[in-house]
Design a protein around this ligand. Sequence first.
Ligand SMILES: NC(=O)c1ccc[n+]([C@@H]2O[C@H](COP(=O)([O-])OP(=O)(O)OC[C@H]3O[C@@H](n4cnc5c(N)ncnc54)[C@H](OP(=O)(O)O)[C@@H]3O)[C@@H](O)[C@H]2O)c1
Length: 299
Amino acid sequence: MKLGFLGLGNMGQAMAGTLLRAGHSVAVWNRTEGKTEQLKSLEGARVATSPADAARNADVVLSILADDRAVLSVALGEGREAEPEPLIGGLGQGAIHMSMSTISPALSKALAEAHGARAQRYVAAPVLGRPEAAEHGQLVLLVAGPDEAIEACAPLLLALGRRTHRLGFHPERANVVKLACNFVLAAQFEVFGEAYALAEAHGIAAPTMLEILKDSMLRPEPLASYGERIAESQFEPAGFRLSLGLKDVRLALEAAEAASVPLPFASLLHERFVVAMACGLEEKDWSAVGRILPHKRAA
Ligand SMILES: NC(=O)c1ccc[n+]([C@@H]2O[C@H](COP(=O)([O-])OP(=O)(O)OC[C@H]3O[C@@H](n4cnc5c(N)ncnc54)[C@H](OP(=O)(O)O)[C@@H]3O)[C@@H](O)[C@H]2O)c1
């Protein structure tokens, strides 16, 4: 396919290389021109002079840029006065912008409208996975937009990803899923930090903790099965009663306090367990604490 590719940061370098190696012809553009050096010697590569230039004659233009500001600037030319001409000015009628950056759902929706107004097509396809995964076509792709546009992008999804999750027509939904996935991971960073701090304060090294965690809590079981219980609000029968879970979080906090170690996330969790008890959930599975926030199911 004839492609444009905008954004050659850590992810973009790897993804554009993967597409070139898969035999596509790719016009690459990056704000800092030096980052085109590595790719331009690959067969099928062309260095474009602007986002619009990369889009001219392309079937699909992929973009993977830092944030909303970068995407507004590169795709729509907003937030700056001078050249280069933005993507929207060069993309042909019926051609597709596949936006792979992690951006706000609101911007994704606005991009779909802006492209639609010019008879261009828009697909949101944020990605899960790091540059090494992008290099080997092993990303997980979260894709939403019009069916026929997604189908037209199928060879690209196949080259870049090991799995594509299709999330329907509304592009912004793919961006919401990406943000929720990143939140799950980012929350673990704090949890790791606090668990290591508690262990270290009592003379156990972090690598020892990690080895034990890898052999237990970090395995798909129990993590995935707790995720399933919470997704389905299935808290009976209780494998481990919530009142006993509260005891364990309290004991962790007491052990931390004894060593003057603050555990802010554990303190919040303790509060949530107390709320769960107040809601009468003491005999339910302890994972019920994951569903005491008000939540709204899709209609
Ligand atoms: N790295 C990961 O593991 C990972 C994984 C999944 C998703 N993501 C998402 O993928 C996107 C790219 O991430 P990355 O790690 O590749 O970031 P990065 O290495 O920091 O690259 C950012 C890219 O955005 C461009 N950019 C930034 N501000 C710009 C502006 N105002 N105008 C034009 N271009 C601008 C940069 O151009 P210059 O070279 O000129 O600075 C560069 O091409 C982000 O949305 C990120 O959240 C990253």
